[in-house]
Design a protein. Structure first.
Ligand SMILES: *Cc1c(COP(=O)(O)O)cnc(C)c1O
Length: 375
């Protein structure tokens, strides 16, 4: 059965993206080397930057976390101090990296139900002039909150801090002008909004920053500078590249263009989100976040207040219908998540909502009075 993934990644991909992986390719083959070159250059275009503007793309084998860890463990030097702005599990993951690599670091925490604020960041930086780097998550997949990276970027520029953004689950699904956002390092991966398959992360960053990473890496395979230098030297990866994932990604980038680029994809995801919000509100579900700070990538829904609701059974029955949702990851609140990204369309979202309705009925879960949501 064809499965639809309403998750934060890996996502539902098109048949043609998967078909791009049907032919073997050698890692030194010019067809492959060319694909890598195209991908690196096209990623800059998607971020509205260029080599002429001083930006570079580095591809890193592995999942998204490998890309973040490559940046964190390479960019923060011995004398540097990293400030991590955290309001969810992905911010905490960066804290873990800083601990493992024994970086000088500090953490400014915000509740999971709130955004990271520029005001608190300013206050913190004023009190801690030793900070050199600031890391922030854009779309915090823990909840679905969108942190105001434009405002945080402006603060980083004002205070002359290197700004590192985990835009994993948003890049390609949200228009981003990396230069205007004052981002020094942006990290995302092959299997999120560009709708490729898992295999690698990519880092779009300022060349001037990259050059400072030379000799600073704390791991051989995740050394960002060496990875870049390798790609620059002969267009090849230092170690075995995810060849087929890269070919799929190049196809996914073509399909993104054919859809109308990032603006069109953002529009589709937003339509998915509105369709989901409307349908779930009609069923009586409450969302975890206030609407003003909720992004259009993924939404956390509170468990229904009914003794008959059992998430494992709910998940399994949707799974049996080919519809895959995602468990929650919140500290104290019971919630599950539904993603709007990947090759899913408003009609798929309607199918999911209908299936949720049927499963609740089967399970005897009585929902509170149904609300009509005005969109
Ligand atoms: C998906 C995601 C990551 C990377 O997770 P992997 O499992 O390593 O791919 C990092 N940050 C955010 C916000 C994400 O959504």
């Amino acid at each position: 059965m064809k499965k639809l993934l309403f998750t934060p990644g890996p996502l539902t991909t098109s048949r043609t993206v998967k078909e791009a992986m049907l032919e073997d390719v050698g890692s030194r083959d010019y067809v492959f080397v060319n694909a890598v070159k195209e991908i690196r250059s096209e990623l800059l275009t998607l971020g509205h930057v260029s080599q002429a503007m001083g930006y570079e793309t580095v591809l890193v084998q592995g999942s998204g976390t490998f890309g973040i860890e490559s940046v964190i463990s390479s960019a923060v030097g011995k004398q540097d101090v990293l400030l991590i702005l955290a309001n969810g599990a992905y911010g905490e993951r960066i804290v873990k990296m800083a601990v493992i690599h024994q970086l000088q670091h500090q953490v400014l925490r915000f509740p999971e139900s709130e955004i990271v604020t520029p005001e608190a960041t300013i206050n913190y930086l004023e009190a801690h002039p030793e900070i050199t780097h600031v890391a922030c998550i854009h779309s915090e997949t823990t909840t679905g909150v969108f942190n105001p990276i434009g405002a945080i970027g402006a603060v980083c520029e004002q205070y002359n801090k290197v700004f590192i953004v985990d835009a994993m689950s948003s890049f390609g699904g949200v228009e981003m002008d990396i230069d205007a956002l004052k981002i020094d390092y942006l990290v995302s991966s092959s299997n999120k909004c560009i709708e490729g398959v898992p295999g690698f992360a990519f880092v779009i960053c300022k060349k001037a920053q990259l050059e400072k990473c030379k000799g600073q890496g704390r791991s051989l395979s995740l050394d960002l500078y060496d990875q870049w230098a390798g790609l620059e030297a002969n267009g090849q990866f230092r170690f075995t590249p995810p060849t087929l994932s890269l070919l799929a990604f190049r196809q996914a980038m073509k399909e993104l263009q054919a859809e109308g680029g990032v603006p069109a994809r953002e529009k589709r995801y937003k339509t998915n989100k509105i369709t989901l919000d409307t349908g779930m509100a009609e069923l009586g579900f409450q969302q975890y976040l206030q609407p003003g700070i909720q992004g259009h990538i993924i939404t956390s829904f509170l468990y229904p207040d009914s003794p008959n609701f059992n998430f494992e059974r709910f998940y399994q029955k949707l799974n049996d219908r080919g519809l895959i949702i995602y468990p929650g990851k919140l500290g104290k609140t019971d919630a599950f998540r539904i993603g709007n990204i990947g090759q899913i369309f408003p009609d798929d979202v309607k199918r999911l909502v209908q299936a949720i309705k049927e499963v609740l009925e089967e399970e005897g879960v009585v929902m509170p009075k149904q609300e009509k949501q005005t969109v």
